[in-house]
Design a protein around this ligand. Structure first.
Ligand code: IMP
Ligand code: MG
Length: 184
């Protein structure tokens, strides 16, 4: 592994075996893009990537679509440790494009408690998109606090902390092409 200079995270990551290899991810992302292309055949979608984690996934996904799409980004942050409410989530970067009447697909890196996604969906619904669906690279089932499901899911895991392919641990490891589990 080159480029990851931070000692402790490097050791942590290297200790673990790869959970999803680059090849496995490439294959699954192409399948997801096919699913989405079929679902919206003949239409143009607006994909909204949730920063920062979803940027790698979004970049790969759009290049395998067979339908046209436009791109925007948003960013959210949660404050207060151990919070259990969407009231503690704030938008730190708003979407810039109008979504009224559009077919919108939110692209998330991972759905964990479901709080971020629920908040974002509620905000975007107010702007009356024609349709609103969610595509998540990873669905982490066990810690869900709000029973929300993504419409398109790359991989499902029960629990554990995963990094790589855009996903970070304290901003480290986003650049890794494979996905590693660093905590089980
Ligand atoms: P939520 O708990 O569903 O609101 O998840 C919010 C965010 O936490 C995700 O979009 C990720 O940015 C981050 N997150 C949750 N689990 C992991 C993980 O295993 N690795 C890296 N980031 C994670
Ligand atoms: Mg995220």
């Amino acid at each position: 592994m080159t480029g990851c200079q931070n000692g402790s995270y490097e050791v942590k990551i290297m200790k673990r075996k790869i959970l999803f290899s680059k090849e496995t991810i490439d294959q699954r992302v192409r399948e997801l893009a096919d699913e989405i292309s079929q679902e919206y055949e003949g239409r143009e979608i607006l994909m909204i990537g949730v920063l920062k984690g979803a940027f790698v996934f979004l970049a790969d996904l759009i290049r395998s679509l067979s339908i046209p799409c436009e791109i925007d980004f948003t960013r959210l942050a949660s404050y207060g440790a151990g919070t259990v409410s969407t009231e503690n989530i704030v938008v730190t970067k708003k979407i810039e494009m109008p979504i009224k009447g559009r077919d919108v697909v939110i692209v998330e890196d991972i759905v964990d408690t479901g709080l971020t996604l629920t908040y974002l969906i509620n905000q975007l619904k107010k702007e009356r998109p024609r349709s609103l669906k969610v595509c998540a690279f990873i669905d982490k089932k066990r810690k869900r606090k709000i029973p929300i499901e993504a419409d398109f899911v790359g991989f499902t895991i029960e629990d554990g902390f995963v990094v790589g392919y855009g996903l970070d641990v304290n901003e480290k490891a986003r650049f890794l092409p494979d996905v590693y589990i660093i905590e089980e």
